[in-house]
Unconditional design. Structure first.
Length: 276
């Protein structure tokens, strides 16, 4: 059965590829971009099955307006995909205050605004799905990506809490967590000016690894979007969908380390309870 999807950040990367594959299989897509001409070729091919709107997710009022218009013009929307986002590569000290605000406003606040705008509409229609594109970086952390991780760890906490709030309304949320995937993500990464004090440090090692190609990028973007589509088709509602061997292994190791560290502190944790 064909579905209608609403997807942000569709000019490139996973958002563009997901849009292409959904249209090719007969679904309808409401796609948002910052430049309308970015999807002209798909509009020419698919006509009114592709609804396009200009949107910068950092503009909360615009987010609500575009979401309301999409539901009004298209009727039922089955799946909301919060995909718009980007990365900042550099030690936290190297970034400007404006760079910090913008990545948080885009990846975190923008995603929150989109989900909040969609929820009343999904509730009114009796349910629906929300896919939040996160990352393995929502559960693990690399030096040099602290600001990106701040946004992804933040949206993971928001979605996990909100998923529990929305159970009574038939609305399921899933965090999609790809590992390093062959898209244009790296080309869109913002890079603050480097500070010499960070030369030959862990943050610099990651930066150099990315530039040299030594940092492994093994995920297939096509397979990532296929697994997302399959999940929706199957009706599965996992809180998290971790995609890629790197993501699975990295998150698994991080969770094990956290459990071990937590268990080592059990006596200390219990020691601060009120005396009975």
């Amino acid at each position: 059965m064909n579905k209608t999807w609403f997807i942000t950040g569709t000019s490139a990367g996973l958002g563009r590829l997901l849009t292409e594959r959904l249209l090719a299989r007969g679904d309808r897509v409401a796609a948002t971009v910052r430049r309308l001409e970015a999807l002209d070729d798909l509009v020419d091919t698919y006509g009114d099955r592709l609804w396009v709107a200009k949107l910068d997710v950092t503009d909360a009022a615009a987010v609500h307006s575009v979401v309301d218009r999409a539901f009004a013009e298209l009727g039922r929307i089955d799946v909301i995909v919060s995909n718009a986002g980007y990365g900042v590569l550099g030690a936290a000290e190297e970034a400007s205050d404006e760079q910090i605000r913008h990545v948080i406003n885009t990846n975190l606040v923008g995603s929150i605004s989109l989900i909040r705008a969609a929820i009343p509409r999904l509730r009114e229609q009796g349910g629906g799905r929300v896919l939040q594109i996160s990352s393995e970086g929502g559960q693990i952390a690399y030096p040099g990506f602290s600001l990106y991780h701040a946004s992804k760890w933040g949206i993971e906490g928001f979605v996990e809490s909100m998923a529990k709030e929305l159970v009574p309304f038939g609305i399921a949320l899933t965090l999609v967590e790809p590992g390093p995937t062959a898209t244009n993500f790296v080309s869109g990464v913002v890079r603050p000016p480097t500070m010499a004090v960070y030369d030959a440090t862990p943050a610099d090692d990651v930066r150099r690894g990315i530039d040299s190609g030594a940092f492994p990028v093994t995920g297939d973007a096509g397979k990532v979007v296929d697994r997302m589509i399959e999940m929706i088709e199957e009706g599965a509602t996992p809180l998290r969908l971790t995609l890629g061997a790197s993501a699975f292994d990295g998150v698994h190791a991080a969770l094990q380390q956290r459990i071990e560290a937590l268990e080592a502190q059990k006596a200390i944790a219990y020691s601060v309870e009120l005396d009975k």
